[in-house]
Design a protein around this ligand. Structure first.
Ligand code: FMN
Length: 458
């Protein structure tokens, strides 16, 4: 069979993920593999339609397609996202229709599920026959147990194609609306005081709802607030995955374009941040993805501490819980406070006006009170993944993170807590005594709330 592999790594042939593909190639020599470096060659693919069309022709002639990609900010690399956008924009979806497909990624398992949800949804939108995904940790291929899993995964994929087995869909098509938002005038204005309010948007002239929502939000304030359009920033290119930033957070593009300066002086120093964009396929635009990828020069260091964050989105966000999940995770692990998402889905301009005005008020109130809501599993679990990897395998690569984690007490391993260690030792010993073991279930509920009740009493 002929299998086309769409390589999503900006490192091309030097991709970790690609080594997993080569493993499959070796294990199944009866199949012919064609690997296309989509992310690395994006500039030429976008510019030269012949190059793009050649890829689409290969896809059209294949028996199976493998999406092979590294995780980039809970999704795929911005160039890979751009490629997906081009498939729809250039109306070549037919080449993908009915093709059997599977996805393989490597990552450190930080929100790998949201990236796979995204690719699965894109495949469903393309009416492909999505078989399964394989999410490996970067070094899994070194273990024979994981090699075996990969072989079984690939074997199953080829078997499904050969037997023309039916596949399920996980995502229904998105329903888009033609509603036109017309902004009204604010009855009163929100006083931002000395708060630095920054709106970042990627609004293009034709994105009327998005631009009007941003404008209406801006007019909610008594003072002028800054709006930065990502399309007007000089950003030379996408993240190269070179990890030049690992030692001291210096990006390989550092002074070559405006991104690092913008991110440092505007984003990280804001009191209130608004991210504004329109839904494009199953996420925002690849321009927004570029923003997140390039912010990786801060590596794994939370940077939104104390910042109030709001989202203004045009498009069917409520049908895309995966997108909300990604942004909630982004703000939580960065230690910001996500206040709300306002969209144009309400189909009533005056209601959207109210929501935008109210968002402005809440952002300022919460900023005054320095309120950061407690993090959920997204922030707690996410930071544990980073903590363990930075302390372990990734320490020498991300030396700047190691220093940061040490300095800010982020190495909060439970085994370092001597009080808990001593307490556990005593309790473990006591619970070996038959009487205490028997009493334990009767007492545990009371004992659990005792310290909390003491607080209430005080
Ligand atoms: C800019 C950037 C963003 C990343 N984002 C994530 C992420 O969100 N989750 C994760 O688990 N790994 C993330 N990673 C790690 C890569 O996915 C991982 O190193 C992968 O194995 C690289 O594969 P490749 O060599 O094929 O490009 C990120 C790496 C970079 C450089």
């Amino acid at each position: 069979m002929k299998i086309v592999v769409l390589n999503g790594s900006p490192k091309g042939k030097l991709s970790v993920t690609l080594q997993y593909i080569h493993y499959i190639e070796k294990a199944f020599p009866q199949h012919e593999f064609s690997i296309i470096d989509v992310s690395q060659k994006m500039r030429i693919i976008e510019k030269d339609n012949k190059v793009f069309q050649k890829i689409i022709d290969e896809v059209g002639a294949a028996d199976g397609i493998i999406w092979a990609f590294p995780l980039y900010y809970c999704l795929v690399h911005s160039n890979y996202k751009k490629f997906i956008e081009l498939i729809f924009e250039r109306d070549v979806t037919d080449a993908f229709t009915g093709k059997y497909t599977a996805a393989i990624s490597t990552s450190i398992h930080f929100y790998d599920h949201t990236a796979h949800n995204y690719i699965n949804a894109v495949c469903d939108d393309l009416n492909m026959k999505y078989v399964d995904f394989f999410s490996a940790a970067m070094q899994d291929l070194l273990k024979s147990s994981e090699q075996n899993k990969l072989k079984l995964f690939a074997e199953n994929f080829f078997k499904v194609i050969e037997n023309k087995e039916p596949t399920t869909k996980n995502y229904m098509p998105l329903i888009h609306s033609n509603f036109k938002y017309h902004q009204g005038d604010p009855a009163s204005k929100v006083e931002p005081g000395d708060k630095k309010v920054i709106v970042i948007t990627d609004g293009l002239a034709e994105q009327k709802n998005l631009n009007a929502m941003v404008d209406r939000f801006k007019r909610s304030f008594s003072k002028d607030i800054e709006v930065v359009n990502l399309n007007e920033l000089d950003i030379k290119g996408g993240c190269l995955g070179c990890i030049h930033c690992g030692f001291d957070n210096i990006c390989v593009y550092q002074d070559k374009d405006e991104f690092v300066e913008f991110f440092t002086t505007k984003v990280l120093s804001a009191d209130i941040l608004i991210f504004a964009g329109a839904i494009k396929d199953r996420y925002l635009s690849s321009k927004w993805k570029l923003f997140f990828d390039r912010s990786f020069f801060r590596t794994h260091q939370p940077g939104l501490g104390g910042i109030q964050v709001g989202f203004i989105i045009s498009g069917p966000l409520t049908q895309l819980p995966n997108v909300k999940e990604i942004f909630k995770s982004y703000v939580e692990w960065q230690r910001g406070n996500l206040v709300d998402f306002i969209t144009d889905e309400y189909e009533e301009s005056s209601h959207i006006d109210e929501l935008l005005q109210n968002l402005a008020k809440r952002l300022v109130d919460l900023s005054d009170k320095k309120y950061i809501k407690p993090v959920t599993f997204r922030g707690v679990g996410g930071m544990k993944v980073f903590r363990d990897d930075i302390w372990g395998n990734l320490r020498f690569v991300f030396q700047s993170d190691h220093k940061f984690y040490k300095k800010h007490g982020l190495y909060d391993f439970p085994q370092k807590n001597n009080k808990v260690k001593a307490f556990n030792r005593i309790m473990m010993a006591l619970t070996t005594i038959p009487f205490i073991r028997k009493e334990f279930p009767k007492r545990i509920k009371n004992e659990m709330i005792k310290p909390l009740q003491k607080i209430l009493k005080d």
